[in-house]
Design a protein. Structure first.
Length: 316
């Protein structure tokens, strides 16, 4: 087992030092702690055959992985994220999962995500190479960013198993049994997801996979103010008609999806104390809006409150 901590890191540069450490041993992301100097976090890494565990505890912080980070990463991993203590809000592939103790969500390292963790949170990550996971869960992309509730099917048992195995892996596993145990773990996780998302599992894997590819493209380019259905079709080398057909399995148009996701990202940053130093207009323009009036009107239509009032109410 390897253990890394903010203890001993210089207070004034603690957030930056932790970012560098986490990016070196886990994945390229940006941590933005609510308290930049008095921020505490710990990361424990262990292995179980072809899969690996990462157990992270942290004070209140926001974590963001963008297309800039993804471009610096080789190899694709899927991570089952267990909110083992505390709570968090995980946004990924167009979904927002509000996670409480015992809930899971699935993360694709090839797509952007954000994670807002409350104080005293602990997250256990079960990290699986894409080719390994697909033998157990053939279309993992359709589950990314969705909340698998602790009360759903086998999820409670799966959460207890993952937490227990993580601690056992940290102490050391008999290498003769690692691969066998890893296979059983992935079987249980695949069954939990199949039971929890039975409706998704019955859909077309091909259409679902292409739909997620479109969403991933949108997420990677969400900050681009010129993002449009025509540009997406050109970027993915498909006709606009085929793009609309692929996206029709959703209950919203592509333009509506883009607007909703931009508003969601803006709302997260507006209510996050770590972004108090940025104006609302700066946040809106950073997420692809190019008109303050259009942003304010769209925000009020979605949330029923002006952005400035939203910041005052939600920031408390």
């Amino acid at each position: 087992m390897e253990t890394y901590s903010t203890e001993g890191l210089p207070r004034r540069a603690r957030a930056a030092a932790w970012n560098e450490l986490y990016s070196r041993y886990m994945a390229h992301v940006d941590f933005t702690p609510a308290n930049q100097e008095d921020f505490h976090a710990e990361l424990r890494l262990s292995r179980l055959g072809p899969i690996s565990f990462a157990r992270m505890t942290a004070d209140r912080t926001s974590i963001a992985r963008t297309s800039r980070h993804i471009g610096r990463t080789s190899g694709r991993l899927y991570s089952f994220m267990l909110q083992s203590h505390g709570s968090g809000v995980f946004a990924h592939c167009g979904h927002e999962a509000i996670l409480h103790e015992g809930d899971f969500t699935l993360c694709d390292s090839a797509a952007p995500h954000s994670y807002l963790l409350d104080d005293a949170s602990e997250v256990v990550m079960l990290r699986v190479p894409a080719d390994v996971l697909r033998t157990y869960l053939p279309s993992p992309e359709q589950y990314c960013g969705r909340r698998l509730s602790a009360t759903e099917g086998l999820t409670g048992a799966a959460a207890a198993m993952v937490a227990s195995l993580c601690q056992q892996a940290e102490r050391g596993f008999d290498p003769d049994y690692c691969n066998r145990v890893a296979g059983h773990v992935l079987d249980v996780m695949a069954t939990s997801y199949a039971m929890g998302f039975d409706r998704l599992a019955t859909g077309s894997a091909v259409v679902s996979g292409r739909h997620m590819r479109v969403k991933r493209y949108i997420e990677e380019n969400l900050r681009d103010p010129t993002l449009s259905p025509c540009g997406i079709a050109a970027g993915l080398k498909m006709s606009s008609r085929y793009l609309r057909m692929i996206f029709s399995i959703s209950n919203e148009t592509i333009s509506a999806y883009i607007l909703r996701r931009r508003l969601e990202e803006c709302a997260k940053q507006i209510r996050d104390p770590a972004w108090r130093g940025h104006t609302i207009t700066e946040i809106a323009f950073a997420w692809g809006f190019n008109s303050a009036a259009h942003f304010a009107r769209s925000f009020r239509e979605r949330y029923g409150i002006a952005p400035r009032d939203f910041r005052r109410v939600e920031g408390n």
